[in-house]
Design a protein around this ligand. Sequence first.
Ligand SMILES: *Cc1c(COP(=O)(O)O)cnc(C)c1O
Length: 423
Amino acid sequence: MTLPLSHPALSATDPELAALVGAEEQLQADTLRLIPSENYVSQAVLEASGTVLQNKYSEGYAGRRYYEGQQNIDQVERLATARAKALFGVDHANVQPYSGSPANLAVYLAFAEPGDTVMGMALPMGGHLTHGWGVSVTGKWFRGVQYGVRQDTGLIDFDEVRDLALKERPKLIFCGGTALPRTIDFAAFAEIARESGAVLVADVAHIAGLIAGGAHPSPVPHADVISTTTHKTLRGPRGAMLMSREEHAKAIDKAVFPGLQGGPHNQTTAAIAVALHEAAQPSFRDYAHAVVANAKALAEALLARGFDLVSGGTDNHLILMDLTPKDVPGKVAAKALDRAGIVVNYNTVPYDPRKPFDPSGVRIGTPSLTSRGLGTEHMAAVADWIDRGVTAARTGDEDALAGIRAEVADLMASFPAPGLPTD
Ligand SMILES: *Cc1c(COP(=O)(O)O)cnc(C)c1O
């Protein structure tokens, strides 16, 4: 189905760029988007992020700015902050971080000195770069020590985490990650942080929307600091938030500005406020639970087709497949699935014998397809396409991939995506 042209002013001024946006809209309409960190934001979120609020400089915080003319901007930021506090049940929220990585860097600035020991999950085990991994500034300027998951279960071993924390005495302990298909036990991490004298940071970037919708336990009151992006399951604009108890409010605010950033992106703050409003509605609870129900149904359907899933399944929005038994490297499978209209990313699996740029796994998730209205009744078809796509990747059957692509586009045409142009 061909989408109508949109963005008249952009088309008139810069047809070349407008054509690229149009092509991306068509791609997002036609494909089955399974990257678990992505989503479709609402038209309301898109509109807020494209407003003249972006013309305004407002270094500082509401009521304490270094620029005049903040009559409206202050209210926008106060609204976003109040909604974050109400939705997550926290004392303090800072909505200014430009994205998840700078938000995490602000946490280091607030609580640690260069050279201090910090602890997080190793990147190849499912952690994030900013949790002290070596190639990141957080692993170069701080001394990162890393925990993983058990090889036999794919689950975090809390005895290992405790032993490491008591031996290394890190300033910060990060929990959360980018490829964790299971519920995070925030209380267990909090106990270890208490025993070892560390500040516990729950980085819930992936699962913030599930937490807001009651489909994953909350890190409140266990974590000292909660870091999250706003653009993954929370379904807001690209941005981030830091939340905490009142005792840490000053340190966090000072670290974000003036410690790390200049002027906040007010159009993003506005769109975050809209997303938080949407996430407070009863329909968002349904959404969050549907994301998990779809992921569980998809995991079952994949297991039935002989796929090897890390940890044996999922509790949340995300599934990590080890394709070793299918005899296809993750990257080869991901690129073939892309040609079949199924967008995934290749990913390391725990204890991966292959290299990070050519790993054994593929990571998928259900936030985007759920935003389009697909339900558990569709997950067998999705698993079937993945199965056929992976087989075609192994045999090099481009006709099979093209056939899947047509079937995918056909189904997706019945589920219009939020935010994309319609007649
Ligand atoms: C996505 C993510 C981030 C980083 O977010 P960016 O906005 O890409 O910088 C940080 N931590 C975790 C756990 C994430 O999943």
